[in-house]
Write a protein that binds this ligand. Structure first.
Ligand SMILES: *Cc1c(COP(=O)(O)O)cnc(C)c1O
Length: 392
């Protein structure tokens, strides 16, 4: 079955719910057992890492089990668990795999809050962190130490969109006995299948495309067979979970993922291509466009591109002009997050938060999320706003 069909039919069995094609929302703390024998049997099952029982609300409900199974299947991993946010998925995946005294390698293009966690909590826990150039590929071998336990990738990178050679990095990491975690949020489980490329754990901000409607925050962690017991142990020990209504909203959003991504992909490439023809624009950083670092890896490994990319302006515009450009965009909201139905803009400067990054540009930069609007309207909106960019 294709992923598009699986999204609609995969795990939803209308017979289970009297013919209703949608899942019920199970809101639960207490689960009552039939008797002592039943409780003991479920306790035995839950003591096995592969066990999954209705046991207590935070350990999962049928609504959450269904969403977890959908994501695990789409990603090609063994099992998935839900947590309260994308950031919690990133931080928990790392915490599940490290101990005090370990060393982790994290790409320099990582999502800012993941970096903040590494620089504060991880370091305080006695875990050393080295940031690597996302274009390192197999040269990452030189950065390994005897205690390197995890390599954390995000591909393409936040804001700067470098696509990494994931199989090369996985192969080096596995030779050195390290586990590989990837933040796969940008690609969605449709456009990059992390486990086919050697990754051990994949995380998503389901807040973004999986939910797709800017109305819930959630994270999903998917593990392969080998790392699953550690991921499960950490998530259960720390009592992480996601809310019942959010799980419902996110599984509802997930059903239309394929049709939404098809449009984000096409319109994203069209708007990005239009931007490359603008005289104000120095560079469009879009994995599907040649000239973006790692474009060849995108062509080799990905099945599509989402609607998120960045634009760097030519140097020489004034800050007031740039502010005026952003403020005159009407269809692009100025706000965090992305992956919902609506278009967004976010200015950024990677030099501020990424020491050692070799960002070669002097012009202003901004990230765009291309939503589901008509692309002609988005292009007209950008065209109009560009008139407010002024040169000194
Ligand atoms: C947004 C984002 C996250 C965090 O997701 P939240 O649900 O907002 O916590 C993690 N990784 C990437 C790449 C993101 O863009």
């Amino acid at each position: 079955m294709h992923s598009e069909t699986f999204l609609l039919h995969g795990i939803y069995d209308p017979d289970t719910f009297g013919g209703v094609v949608n899942l019920p929302v199970h809101r639960a703390s207490t689960v009552v057992f039939r008797d002592m024998a039943d409780m003991e049997a479920r306790a035995r099952a839950m003591s096995n890492p592969e066990g999954r029982e209705l046991w207590y609300g935070r350990k999962g409900t049928p609504t959450k089990f269904a969403l977890q199974d959908m994501v695990a299947e789409l990603e090609g991993g063994h099992r998935s668990l839900l947590v309260s946010s994308g950031l919690a998925a990133c931080t928990s995946a790392i915490m599940a795999l490290v101990k005090s005294g370990d060393h982790v390698l994290i790409c320099n293009s990582v999502y800012g809050p993941t970096r903040h966690f590494a620089d504060t909590v991880l370091k305080r826990c006695g875990v050393a962190v080295t940031y690597y150039d996302p274009m390192a590929g197999s040269d990452i071998a030189a950065l390994f130490e005897a205690n390197t336990a995890v390599v954390f990738l995000e591909s393409p990178g936040s804001q700067t969109f470098e696509v990494q050679d994931v199989p090369a990095i996985c192969s080096v990491a596995h030779k050195r006995g390290a586990k590989v975690v990837i933040d796969n949020t940008w690609a969605t489980p449709l456009f990059f299948k992390p486990f086919e490329h050697g990754v051990d754990v994949s995380v998503h901000a389901a807040t973004k495309y999986i939910g797709g409607h800017s109305d819930a925050t959630m994270g999903v962690i998917t593990a392969n067979r080998e790392t699953w017991p550690m991921v499960r142990e950490y998530v259960f020990a720390a009592e992480l979970h996601a809310g019942a209504d959010d799980a419902y909203l996110v599984q509802r959003g997930l059903r239309t993922l394929a049709v939404r991504m098809d449009r984000h992909f096409r319109h994203g490439v069209d708007v990005a291509t239009w931007l490359t023809s603008r005289r104000e624009v120095e560079r469009v950083l879009h994995p599907a466009l040649p000239g973006t670092l790692g474009h060849a890896f995108w062509t080799r490994d990905f099945k599509g591109a989402s609607g998120l990319f960045s634009v760097v302006l030519k140097p020489g515009f004034t800050r007031e002009g740039f502010r005026s450009f952003v403020d005159h965009l009407e269809l692009f909201g100025l706000g965090f997050s992305w992956g919902g139905f609506e278009s967004l803009v976010m200015p950024f400067d990677p030099r501020h938060e990424r020491p050692g990054s070799n960002w070669p540009y002097d012009g202003f930069a901004f990230r765009l999320h291309i939503g589901l609007e008509a692309k002609e309207d988005l292009i007209a909106d950008l065209d109009k706003a560009f008139r407010f960019l002024s040169v000194p």
